[in-house]
Structure formats: structure tokens, C-alpha cells
Write a protein that binds this ligand. Structure first.
Ligand code: GDP
Length: 364
């Protein structure tokens, strides 16, 4: 790639620049520390030590750096992540999705408290690229999780501010690394089941849990077949009061529907459970089910295999995204594409010829 085609922003954000060698009497580390301090930042060592010792305030600050769009913050964040990476990966990651109102917050509060009582350390993260907080969903309002938000063994982090799905997903993935390095052995990643974000969450978790309601109709719940196919478990919530019978019937229906799907790569047969998050009933069954899955995939090797696939897929996606961004940011490309579209309309060029013409300009 020639100089013109270098990717300045991302490249410098993702690596530690070698820089110019300094005369020995100048201590670059000390200068950086001084600069960081002036901006209210800690040194890389301080962030890393804080995260590794499980200091939640420092963990929060480090995640804030990940979420920041400032170049200096990104630089710092990438150094922290790199140092934390060897200590990450040891958790079990659970994706939780379902339409607004299905009971995600209530479930996470009940399930989370159940798990910390069992001695687990739980981090709850979220992906919500639309981030219309007015819906009151996606951990925007911590008071919705009264118990969990003050639980010393739980760490709740609301979704990063709205942005492109790719950007928000990257921030969440990087936050997972830091939470794991901080000793959290269970990670929840919550998302609203209405769009593309389920696929992003699915690509970063070990287990994907879909919350549903009985009798609401799949169309009403906005759940696409593709999402049901991704689920390792469907849990029908609000199985209480008058709704209990309906939930039991729905359970059989969903179980039958799942049988029609092709077998999963993991060797696991997705299960359907019923629960009442409000009454905290059925929570233990959900955990048993997840534990069974965990045992199976750790034994048959799928757990490791899937993690490796996920990492490779993310790398490829990142490369593609960066190249695309760089391409469309090139001067003159937009105009050239507009012209090519006109040429297509009047049959002056074929689609391939038009594409080559634009690409030629890019590679020139
Ligand atoms: P979210 O938008 O998916 O996070 O859903 P919430 O957790 O905010 O729940 C939406 C509404 O459903 C709230 O009024 C909850 O009290 C109620 N709810 C949640 N779980 C249950 C349940 O198990 N049974 C009943 N009856 N209501 C529930």
C-alpha cells in the first residue's frame, strides 16, 4: 500500500508507535505520565494494575477510555487491552436478548443475584446501537437493577453511547477483555431483540439466550427465524398467574419448532424453559441448563473452537471494515461513484467496468 493509502487513524490507534528514539536523559515514560496526569488520566501501569486487582473504579475508567473517541484515549486503551489480554478469556459469556418489555432487566437482576449468591463474579454489559434510552431499556437506568447495582460481586455497565453497530460491538468486546482480566467469571451481554445487534452479540458470547413471551406471536415479538436459530435456549418469561398455562403450551410449541432446525455445530440441542423473573421462579432451571451446555462444549472442544472462530471472524471483519472506511473516505471517490452510477443508467458501462473504473482511481 502506498503512502497515500495508509490508514492513519486506525493504524496509529491500534499499535504502539515506535516513535523517534529519545536522547537518554529524557524519560519518555515520565513525560507521558505527566501529560496523562494533567488530563486526569492514570498511567498504563496504574490502569493495568487497577484492573488486574479488581478495582472497579479503575475498571470503569479504563472502559471509559475504550468508549472515548479521542485519539489519545484510544491509544491508552489499546495499550491497556494488550497488557490485560493474557489474563482474559477465562469467563463464560452469555448473550441475552428479547424485545423491550419481555423482562430482560428483571431477569438479569434476579438471575444475576442468584449467581453472585452462588459465589460468581458477574459483569453485565450491553449493546444498544440505537440507544434510544427513552425506552428505558438496556441498563440505561440502573435503578431497574436495585439489588445487582449495589452487589459487590456484580459490575453493571450501560451501553456505550449510540454509534455504528460495528463500533459499539468493538467497544463491548474490548470491555469484556478488561472485565475478565478484573476477575469476573461470568459476563452477560444484553441487547434488544429488534435488529442486527443480536448477530453482533452472538459473535462474542459462548451461550445465546433468547427471552420470549407466551402468546404474543412471533411477529409481534419481532423475532426473526434467524435469531431463533442462533439461540441455545429460549426462555419464556412471565410464566406466572394467568399466564402460566399459556407459557407451558408455548414451551411445547417452541420445543417442536426448534426440532425442525438443523442440528447445531456445538452438538447441543437448544432447550426451551419457562420462568417468572418477577417471582424468581425457574431461575435455577435456567442456570442448570446453561451449566449443562457449558459442560458439554468444554468436553467436546466446541467451546475453544468457537472462541477461536470468533476471534478470527472479528479480525477479518475489522480488516474489511477498515478498508471500506478508507476507500470511501478517499478524496474524489464519492463523485466518481456518482458518475459511474450515471454511466450505468445510460448503459455506457457495465457494472464491472464501472467498479473497475472507481477502483483504478483508488489504487492509482
Ligand atoms: P425489558 O424491557 O426487557 O428490560 O423488560 P423489564 O425487565 O423492564 O420488564 C418489563 C415489564 O415486565 C416490567 O413491568 C416488569 O415488572 C414486568 N415483568 C418482568 N418480568 C416479569 C415476570 O416474570 N412476570 C410478570 N408478571 N411481569 C414481569
Amino acid at each position: 500500500m502506498n503512502k497515500k493509502n495508509k490508514i492513519p487513524d486506525f493504524e496509529s490507534a491500534l499499535k504502539v508507535n515506535e516513535g523517534i528514539e529519545q536522547p537518554s536523559q529524557i524519560n519518555q515514560d515520565a513525560i507521558n505520565r505527566f501529560k496523562n496526569k494533567r488530563q486526569g488520566l492514570l498511567s498504563v501501569d496504574e490502569y493495568v494494575e487497577g484492573v488486574l486487582s479488581g478495582n472497579r473504579t479503575i475498571l470503569s475508567k479504563a472502559i471509559t477510555l475504550i468508549e472515548s473517541s479521542l485519539h489519545t484515549h484510544q491509544l491508552l486503551a489499546q495499550q491497556i487491552i494488550e497488557r490485560c489480554l493474557p489474563y482474559s478469556g477465562k469467563s463464560f459469556r452469555i448473550g441475552i436478548t428479547g424485545v423491550p418489555g419481555v423482562g430482560k432487566s428483571t431477569f438479569i437482576e434476579a438471575f444475576g443475584t442468584y449467581l453472585t449468591n452462588l459465589g460468581h463474579k458477574l459483569a453485565v454489559l450491553a449493546i444498544d446501537p440505537s440507544s434510544s434510552r427513552s425506552k428505558g431499556s438496556i441498563l440505561g437506568d440502573k435503578t431497574r437493577m436495585e439489588e445487582l447495582s449495589v452487589d459487590p460481586n456484580a459490575f453493571i455497565r450501560p451501553s456505550p453511547a449510540a454509534g455504528s453497530l460495528g463500533g459499539v460491538a468493538r467497544k463491548t468486546r474490548e470491555s469484556i477483555i478488561l472485565c475478565e482480566a478484573a476477575g469476573f467469571d461470568l459476563i452477560f451481554v444484553e441487547t434488544v431483540g429488534v435488529g442486527q445487534s443480536e448477530t453482533a452479540v452472538h459473535s462474542m458470547v459462548d451461550f445465546f439466550l433468547l427471552l420470549m413471551l407466551a402468546g404474543a406471536g412471533d411477529e409481534l415479538q419481532g423475532i426473526k427465524r434467524g435469531i431463533m436459530e442462533m439461540a441455545d435456549a429460549i426462555v419464556i418469561n412471565k410464566a406466572d398467574g394467568d399466564n402460566l398455562l399459556k407459557a407451558k403450551t408455548a414451551r411445547v410449541e417452541y420445543q417442536n419448532a426448534l426440532h425442525l432446525f438443523p442440528p447445531t455445530e456445538s452438538g447441543w440441542h437448544p432447550e426451551v424453559e419457562i420462568m417468572s423473573a418477577r417471582l424468581k421462579q425457574g431461575i435455577d432451571r435456567v442456570w442448570n441448563l446453561i451449566s449443562d451446555y457449558q459442560m458439554l462444549v468444554k468436553e467436546n472442544g466446541y467451546f475453544e473452537l468457537n472462541r477461536k472462530h470468533q476471534m478470527k471472524r472479528i479480525m477479518h471483519e475489522t480488516i474489511e471494515q477498515m478498508l471500506l472506511d478508507h476507500f470511501y473516505r478517499q478524496e474524489g471517490i464519492k463523485e466518481l461513484i456518482q458518475q459511474a452510477e450515471i454511466d450505468l443508467e445510460i448503459n455506457k458501462l457495465s457494472s464491472y467496468q464501472a467498479a473497475y473504473k472507481v477502483l483504478n482511481h483508488y489504487y492509482k
